[in-house]
Design a protein around this ligand. Structure first.
Ligand SMILES: [Zn+2]
Ligand SMILES: [Zn+2]
Length: 263
């Protein structure tokens, strides 16, 4: 069995067998190998791991103009999160999203990997993405025992039938297994079609995006007072995970966090 790098397919020296991994039934969390066992040295060097960032959204801050970064008791807060804080304070609400953590910088390498997974259907990459989230959370010292439920951003039914699977859902299910927390796919429902970039102002667009999801009324009892982890592939503006978090908070969730593969 050739031992190839998951990403570039070049042979790599260590033993790793997809056949062995894929035939595991049921999936065993202790068999999700560590990062260096998936990649050749060259690809491992391309994986740009995010170690620190904004305390809330985990935006890397080292290249940011320090005038836009605010020091708080808990740590540094980016400009976007300062705006979120204002928005929440105006409504007298608790944080919409308690925090986000992202594992990899969205460089060309990560972009290619995610495109292969999402658009070209390379489903086995879910194991890699679940492994990097697990490894990152471990390094960040996140107490995953505090999480009551793991869920994922739902796709619209149109996208779901076009793509055949919810890419974030597959990752979330594996992450939930590695953390030994329950996975639920039905906590959120998408309202209407997926949002296209509109010509409305930024504020109006934001308000519209925030209505993107509803909490599932049938899951009310499961959402109330729970600490919920939402998994998604990419954090861009953060609007999607904030919209999901808002829906869950409106359903009574105690805390909502998100883990995204890239940003
Ligand atoms: Zn490689
Ligand atoms: Zn931030």
């Amino acid at each position: 069995m050739p031992k190839r790098c998951l990403v570039c397919q070049h042979e790599r020296p260590h033993v790793f067998s997809w056949t062995a991994l894929l035939s595991l039934a049921p999936f065993r969390r202790d068999l999700l190998p560590p990062l260096h066992e998936w990649l050749c040295a060259a690809c491992e060097a391309e994986a740009d791991w995010i170690g620190t960032g904004c305390i809330r959204c985990f935006r890397p801050l080292e290249h940011m103009d320090q005038r836009y970064v605010k020091e708080t008791e808990q740590g540094l807060l980016c400009y976007d999160c300062q705006r979120w804080l204002e928005w929440e304070n105006k409504r007298g609400a608790s944080p919409v999203l308690d925090w986000n953590r992202s594992v990899l910088r969205y460089n060309a390498w990560t972009q290619e990997l995610i495109a292969r997974y999402k658009f070209r259907g390379d489903e086995r990459l879910k194991y890699f993405f679940a492994a990097v989230i697990r490894e990152h959370a471990r390094q960040q010292g996140i107490d995953t025992g505090q999480i009551d439920l793991v869920t994922a951003i739902p796709l619209s039914s149109g996208r779901l039938s076009e793509r055949g699977f919810n890419q974030s859902g597959l990752i979330a299910r594996l992450v939930a297994e590695t953390w030994q927390r329950p996975y639920r796919s039905d906590l959120l429902q998408r309202q209407g079609a997926e949002e296209k970039q509109s010509k409305k102002g930024k504020q109006a667009r934001m308000e519209k995006i925030l209505t993107m999801f509803l909490n599932n009324p049938a899951c009310q009892a499961d959402i109330i007072n729970k600490r919920i982890m939402v998994i998604d592939d990419i954090y861009t503006t953060g609007a999607t995970v904030h919209a999901a978090a808002l829906a869950l908070k409106r359903g009574g969730a105690k805390q909502v966090f998100s883990y995204t593969v890239a940003r």
